[in-house]
Design a protein around this ligand. Sequence first.
Ligand code: NZQ
Ligand code: ZN
Length: 389
Amino acid sequence: MQNFEYCNRTKIIFGRGTENQAGSETAQYTKRILLHHSGGSSVRSGLIDRVKTSLKNAGVEWVELDGVQPNPRLSLVYKGIEIVKKEKLELVFAVGGGSVIDSSKAIALGAVNEGDVWGFYERKKITGKALPVAAIVTIPAAGSESSISSVITDERGPWKRGVNLECTRPVFSILNPELTYTLPSYQTACGIADMLAHIMERYFTKEPHVELTDELCEGAMRAIIRNARTIFAGGEKNYHARAEIMWAGALAHNNLLSTGRISDWASHGMEHELTAFFGIAHGAGLSILFPAWIRYNIKEDTPRLARFAAKVWGVDGAFYDYEQAALEGVFRMENFFRSIGLPVKFADAKLDPARIGEMARRAVIFGPLGNYRKLEQEDVEAIYRIAAE
Ligand code: NZQ
Ligand code: ZN
């Protein structure tokens, strides 16, 4: 096990009706905030009105900036920074999914650091400070509610880039599973793929003696798969299944599950190119690429892949050897993704394989991807090709 330090400052406020605590929690930090959201689902559901009432009751004043799109854009971030500076706002409050939270983190960074905020995403700047960020989560997926990451798209490239900075970790996040009842099934499925991917990125390590976190990862993945099946079998409004998925989404990405381990992150690196080129939802990109990544690595550490097949996908001992068991595991994973309406191949999402060479070149622009196995450009290209078979 590697040495590690673990600290997660995000206060999680979980459960029914918790969005009504938005005002009282915010007032502990400041009474002047930027209220940031998409202007779409959270307005239609009445959530934004309830949040405003709660803020008002606590004496918190806000300036509103809506318009966040999935795969949030840098241009809106610049606009947010301008508003925060002009209005002297002191906290960025996100109401929405990962896209809104990531956009809020970028604004919080850009508002208090000199120069262009995009420098953080281009890795030209590596340290900084940020205004406090808080969130009400409406889709369990990215885990941005308690993570140090923010992923933004500079539409001029298009470049999709992520930054990891502790100062952007939300000070509190409100998670009410009932808010997820209105999710379209495709978005629910994308979120499930993303949180599974966040666990797999951590699970696939060559670090020995990480038994506790191995078991935590496997248990979390099993719980996600089981509760996803409940939701997709008519349980869209099953509070308990939604609650399990929502809490899993946060735990999948708050770094508890990577303590003492070396995580991989190659699949996320490859996926960012898929989103940048085709605008595909992040989770759907991952449901295409993760199985391909596993297939490419099947001979790299077959016992771990066979264990993954056994403990997560229930592949029993009837298989002839490790490799056969590992392959059966990937096969079951693909079937699970298909059963919840996700693509597992380029063709399923109508992605054009002609762009593979270019995507592979761009994916490794900062160097090889991954740690489980270092992936050079030719490896990345081979994985895209497996996904396009
Ligand atoms: O835009 P609206 O109308 O609000 O609709 C959204 C959006 O279309 C909809 N939605 C959200 N909550 C809803 C709802 N619809 C109905 N009812 C609700 N309760 O869902 C769609 C997707 O929303 P989005 O915020 O884009 O989803 P997600 O949370 O999956 O975020 C994806 C972004 O997060 C990044 C991804 O790359 C992507 O840009 N990631 C961020 C990470 C982080 N910060 O730690 C880690 C992840 O690996 C990921 O890369
Ligand atoms: Zn992700």
